[in-house]
Design a protein around this ligand. Structure first.
Ligand code: DX5
Ligand code: ZN
Length: 229
């Protein structure tokens, strides 16, 4: 049975860059379901984060799902390195190149869960031919590159249309950008079940004092679940 329950996936882009291992352990201990790892190349998005070696270093500190979001282009040359680094989900942007189907086939062949992400300006129809190849579709509710941006509310209708398109396929709808206890209900009501949250989780606490992380995760989850009854 496909598990479509609400999952909270804190993004370590908002964590302490000098303390990633402890931050991953802390946020999982405080209730995170997945750990979202934002890979940026300074070309596909105007920011630069970390490569496969960093993901490999994080792997022993993440008990659950390492949800790797590749905001890089071209992407195919790096897929194997992230698979070897221990990623569970490998999500590629449909805008990253001309051969998204081939990229997803490659991720499947490596035994990882393929994901496809779409930017706010990309119509949901762009993933219509991919829904039988992926374990998740990531709808960006900010323009990718930075945490702490404002939620783009126009994407809510797109989420509802995507939910229709997916039907009863075992495919998660992941929302990424500007998720908080305030915006979470909007997207779960529309049919999303995986909520990426950076600043809304990694605020008010630290790896040594992670209680606030737990409170933040609980409040996002409660708001999300309340919206779907
Ligand atoms: C943006 C990243 C998001 C971002 C989320 O390009 O893909 O995962 O880190 O951060 P918040 O939740 O602070 O918007
Ligand atoms: Zn992300």
């Amino acid at each position: 049975m496909f598990d479509r329950t609400i999952k909270i996936a804190p993004s370590i882009l908002a964590a302490d860059f000098a303390n990633f291992g402890a931050e991953c352990r802390a946020v999982e201990a405080m209730g995170a379901d997945w750990v979202h790892v934002d890979v940026m190349d300074g070309h596909f998005v105007p920011n630069l984060t970390f490569g496969p070696a960093m993901c490999a270093a994080l792997r022993p500190h993440i008990k659950g799902v390492m949800d790797v979001h590749l905001m890089i282009s071209p992407v195919d040359a790096y897929l194997e390195a992230y698979a070897k680094a221990g990623a569970d989900n490998i999500t590629v942007h449909v805008e990253a190149g001309p051969h998204i189907h081939r990229s997803l086939q490659a991720i499947q062949s490596m035994g990882k869960t393929p994901g496809v992400a779409i930017n706010p300006g990309t119509p949901v129809e762009a993933v219509a031919e991919l829904l039988d190849m992926v374990g998740l579709v990531c709808v960006m509710t900010v323009n990718p590159g930075f945490g702490g941006q404002g939620f783009i509310a126009s994407q809510v209708d797109k989420i509802a249309r995507l939910r229709q398109m997916i039907g009863d396929r075992p495919v998660h709808i992941e929302i990424d950008g500007g998720i908080s206890a305030k915006t979470a209900p909007l997207v779960t009501k529309a049919g999303a079940n995986v909520l990426v949250a950076g600043n809304a989780v990694f605020s008010g606490g630290s790896a040594d004092q992670p209680a606030a992380y737990g409170e933040n995760i609980r409040s996002i989850r409660a708001a999300a679940e309340a919206a779907i009854g």
